[in-house]
Ligand binder design. Structure first.
Ligand SMILES: N[C@@H](CCC(=O)N[C@@H](CS)C(=O)NCC(=O)O)C(=O)O
Length: 237
């Protein structure tokens, strides 16, 4: 049995953390038996101070990249069957655009824009008594800002984030085109990465230009609806 340690769901999507939702999407699509364990305590107690991680046969494996690699080595690679080198190269380039670029734009949008910070504080930290909530939120925000600075995305202005975000969303929409999936005619590993970013990007609670922009792309909206029905029917509203 695989135990997936991740955050509790928010905003009517399986996870507000794209890497967490990626691993759960993979486990579901690859039909690997698993159970979810919600991380409620201090993230510093997790193997890398981050979510997600999995536990298998008593061993903890952190990081969504390492987790998928482990799952493929251990249980086979049903989502990768028949892909050639060019397919993999395209999928990997798309994954890097999402995980190493769009992720940080979304991180900045959520943690540094006042109206979004308010939504985060009340949702992620809503269960914490009010007096402590501010403190815990500020600590988490400090961590997010440090990550943004270390990455370099923190050096850009919000207007620049919006431009870069729109460009990435345009690319994503072109890559999907009229195909059913980012993997072509069936869901592949790249769909386990793309769905979480599209679903997170379209969260109704965030009324921001970038969210509006993702929602305006018909093929991305249709994809989200179809994939959510296929993979996470419990979350279809
Ligand atoms: N490379 C990691 C990134 C995981 C990640 O960034 N997790 C975030 C939540 S979305 C986290 O735990 N952030 C807390 C922190 O870094 O302090 C993966 O793909 O699993």
């Amino acid at each position: 049995m695989i135990y997936l340690h991740q955050f509790t769901p928010h905003f009517n999507i399986p996870n507000a953390s794209p890497p967490c939702m990626k691993v759960e999407t993979y486990l579901r699509l690859a039909q690997v038996e698993h159970q979810t364990i919600h991380i409620v305590g201090d993230l510093r107690e997790t193997p890398r101070g981050q979510a997600p991680y999995i536990t298998h046969d008593g061993v903890d494996i952190p990081d969504s990249y390492l987790i998928l690699k482990y799952l493929k080595q251990t249980f086979g690679d049903p989502l990768g069957e028949g892909l050639d080198k060019l397919d993999w190269a395209r999928h990997e380039a798309t994954r890097h655009m999402l995980e190493d670029h769009l992720y940080f734009i979304m991180l900045a949008e959520r943690w540094t824009v006042p109206e979004n910070m308010k939504i985060l504080k009340e949702s992620f930290f809503g269960a914490i008594p009010k007096l402590m909530r501010n403190m815990v939120f500020k600590m988490a925000q400090k961590g997010a800002i440090k990550r943004l600075d270390d990455h370099g995305m923190g050096k850009f202005s919000r207007a620049e984030h919006q431009d870069m975000g729109r460009e990435a969303i345009d690319h994503l929409s072109v890559l999907l085109g009229d195909d059913g999936y980012f993997g072509g005619d069936r869901a592949r590993e790249i769909d386990c990465v793309a769905l979480p970013y599209i679903a997170n990007g379209m969260v109704a609670e965030f009324e921001t230009p970038l969210c509006d922009y993702i929602r305006s792309k018909a093929n991305l909206s249709d994809y989200r609806e179809r994939m959510m029905k296929e993979v996470f029917p419990k979350f279809v509203s």
